[in-house]
Design a protein around this ligand. Structure first.
Ligand code: MN
Length: 751
């Protein structure tokens, strides 16, 4: 099919649009402004005359529309209109900046220069992007109109995105949500920010977008009825009291509803605040704006109960972007229903409303000044300028700067990119591992490291805005419990837990068969009783825990042999032991002691520290004897021998009434002069570490432990042991031995 273009009809359409622009600009025009605009229009139309947009339209439609947005939606004046008309001329045609300066003066040339500089696409994830962004902000601090025209340009491009190829659409839409919507927000251009966000959604999540739009359309009638019933009494009162005002019910943006549904995991029907009611007071005297707003507040709350927690007073302290308003949420129960509903009411003056919608440009209008902007914005721009001045030229600094700047715009999200430049929005604080799971569970599960902006980083690396992230995987990599500590997204957390659960099942099965096989080799019968003994020996809470540790290799198979040997050794000792169960008095016991001790001088005394293998004795808890204390042994009825201090509160009673049960006891010679020492042990935690340590201290070296406290955190072991040693050589010897224990990293003394 041949495309027939009626050039005359097109010329008429161009003129029609130009006149529409002039009509909109008319109230702003002074002196020979109209002449200059005409000149700019003709130059632009001529320069672009052979160019068409992707849609097939004459190119000049675009600069005309951008200029129209500048006037109508941002409230900009003549200079901006001229610049908007010429914004693509230098870049796309044979005209130069010098031409612009000659024809329209230095100011226009400077703004067009700024617009041309930032027209390059943002190459995501590269320092080029940061450079471009930095340039954009530099021009912003020169003249804020550059950024405002750029926003108008972007808005029109987003409105006409349909004719673009799909990949271009996604790229432009991502860039819009990444850079332009936040900028519009920061500049207080609420309407533009909202439209940019909605359009972004339309192209990135078309199904969601259409779904919500249709829902809003379908529920519109009932919503309108609801709103008009709600505002009726307020309207009546305000009118009776002689106020000029406007009240409207405004649906929330599709993007904000979508966000709410996603964040709060709610259906469309569950979102109650689909709209807000706005009361706009047209105050006769600017001084009365605030009191008029509060008056309206009092009328609203006469009829509806407010939720005090949700009162926001931005009248007293406007937001950083200059927003002033009074927000309240009230309870409304429509007549004939029994279901109350919260309704948000925004109250502000006409001036405040215009500033809320049009932002900075409206500030100028009310300040009657073409270059200065409103309070919060002024401050912000001077902050931006400061930041720019502290990050000169270097590319790394530019990236840092971009990140700093963007983190100011968005507090809750982090925007990152795949190697292909695809945008991913994650929760702030997200790590490379979160990103990996966001890509795909499989990628997450096998993630071993990442490249962020081409630097190799660990999976726990926290991502920053604008980072380009490439995940490195390895087949052998498996998720571990530790991973839960460095992910923040609920998606990654849930996936890791699932994967671990899945794997644990396998380890438990493996562990069980390892134990069974090894026991068979060692001729140990696997019984319920045996499993329980193993469980206790290896310090596991449950049999599954035991299997898991074997399956995982935390406990080596050979440990079962050790277990067997120790069990047998214990059984032998048991046979050589004095059986305290049969002993009822001290004399009998002393006889037995002599048998063990033979000819030594103190053969009739129980030697604390040496006899522990042969006699069951314990240090009594009532007086906690320590080496050097004067002590005696007491033969109890059921609990073997207890060692008490002679100064024990119970000693008089025991010694006088049960003298026959008392035996001599003394500390082994070297321990008479033992002193208290503290050891700090650092290492990596493993099952049985404490056991191994105490075994060496008390069993091998026969040193009394006064106290032991152990803390483990993320696999790091930190133990404090207080014990009695008789000299430093003894202590050094002990420290050397402890140092050799597997997992121990350092043994030091402490006081
Ligand atoms: Mn353009």
């Amino acid at each position: 099919m041949e495309l027939v273009i009626d050039l005359e009809q097109e010329r008429q359409e161009i003129l029609k649009r130009y006149r529409k622009l002039l009509r909109a600009a008319k109230p702003l025009l002074k002196d020979n402004d109209a002449k200059l605009i005409k000149k700019a229009f003709h130059l632009s139309a001529e320069a672009h005359k052979d160019m068409r947009r992707k849609s097939g339209e004459p190119y000049i439609f675009h600069p005309l529309e951008v200029a129209q947005i500048c006037v109508e939606e941002i409230g900009l004046g003549t200079t901006s209109i001229i610049c908007a008309l010429l914004h693509d001329v230098v870049e796309d045609t044979h005209y130069t900046l010098t031409d612009m300066e000659r024809e329209f003066g230095p100011k226009v040339a400077q703004i067009i220069d700024g617009l041309t500089k930032i027209s390059g696409q943002f190459e995501f994830g590269t320092s080029q992007q940061a450079e471009n962004f930095r340039k954009m902000l530099l021009t912003l601090s020169d003249d804020i109109r550059v950024i405002l025209i750029k926003l108008a340009d972007r808005l029109h491009n987003m409105r006409t995105l349909d004719s673009m190829a799909r990949d271009k659409q996604l790229k432009i839409a991502s860039e819009t949500i990444f850079v332009y919507a936040p900028l519009a927000h920061r500049l207080g251009l609420h309407a533009i920010k909202t439209e940019l966000e909605d359009l972004h959604l339309k192209y990135t999540e078309p199904e969601d977008y259409n779904f919500i739009r249709e829902k809003l359309r379908a529920t519109r009638l009932s919503r309108d009825r609801f709103i008009s019933k709600f505002i009726e009494p307020i309207e009546n009162d305000l009118r009776e009291q002689g106020y000029n005002f406007a009240i409207k019910g405004r649906p929330k943006s599709i993007y904000s509803i979508w966000n709410k549904m996603r964040r709060q995991k709610k259906t469309f029907e569950e979102i109650y605040d689909l709209f807000a009611v706005r009361v706009i007071m047209d105050s006769a005297d600017p001084k009365e704006e605030k009191s008029d707003c509060w008056h309206a507040y009092s009328i609203v709350t006469d009829y509806y109960t407010p939720n005090i927690d949700r009162l926001k007073d931005w009248l007293a302290t406007p937001r950083a972007n200059g927003y002033e308003s009074l927000h309240i949420t009230v309870m409304y129960r429509p007549e004939g229903t029994d279901k109350g509903q919260w309704v948000e009411v925004q109250i502000r003056s006409k001036r405040m409303d215009e500033i809320a919608e049009k932002g900075v440009a409206a500030h100028w209008k009310y300040k009657g000044n073409d270059t200065k902007t409103g309070g919060g914005i002024d401050q912000w721009i001077s902050q931006v300028r400061e930041m720019l001045e502290t990050t000169r030229d270097s590319k790394a600094a530019a990236l840092d700067f971009l990140d700093d700047f963007r983190s100011n715009l968005f507090a809750e999200e982090v925007f990152v990119f795949t190697p292909k430049g695809e945008l991913r929005v994650l929760q702030r604080g997200a790590t490379a591992l979160d990103f990996a799971f966001d890509i795909h569970t499989h990628v997450g599960a096998h993630c071993i490291a990442a490249k962020v902006n081409n630097n190799l980083v660990p999976i726990s690396h926290t991502l920053n805005n604008g980072d380009q992230v490439e995940i490195i995987t390895a087949k052998r990599q498996k998720p571990s419990e530790d991973w839960l500590k460095f992910v923040v997204t609920s998606k990654a957390k849930a996936r890791i837990k699932d994967l671990i659960k899945e794997e644990n099942k396998q380890y438990i099965t493996d562990g069980r068969s390892i134990i069974e096989k090894r026991c068979k080799i060692l001729h140990i019968e696997v019984t319920h009783e045996l499993i329980n003994q193993l469980r206790a020996y290896f310090n596991c809470k449950t049999p599954n825990d035991l299997y898991y540790r074997f399956g995982k290799g935390y406990i080596q198979q050979d440990e079962i042999r050790k277990f067997k040997q120790e069990k047998e050794a214990k059984a032998n000792v048991q046979q050589a032991k004095i059986n305290t169960d049969d002993l009822q008095d001290g004399k009998q016991f002393t006889k037995e002691l002599r048998k063990i001790h033979g000819e030594r001088a103190d053969a009739d005394a129980l030697l604390i520290g040496e006899d522990m293998d042969k006699i069951d004795y314990i240090l009594s808890k009532c007086c906690n004897p320590i080496p050097g204390d004067d002590v005696f042994g007491f033969v109890t009825v059921n609990e073997g021998i207890k060692i008490h201090r002679t100064s024990c509160p119970n000693a008089p009673e025991l010694l006088s009434n049960h003298g026959n049960r008392v035996i001599k006891a003394k500390w082994t010679s070297q321990q008479k002069i033992a002193f208290l020492a503290g050891l700090k042990i650092d290492g990596t935690d493993r099952v049985g570490l404490v056991n191994d340590l105490t075994r060496i201290i008390s069993n091998e070296l026969h040193i009394n432990i006064r106290s032991i406290s152990v803390e483990t955190d993320e696999g790091i072991f930190e133990g404090y042991i207080k014990l009695y040693v008789y000299d430093t050589r003894h202590l050094d010897d002990l420290m050397k031995k402890l140092d050799k224990v597997e997992g121990v990293y350092r043994v030091t003394r402490f006081d």
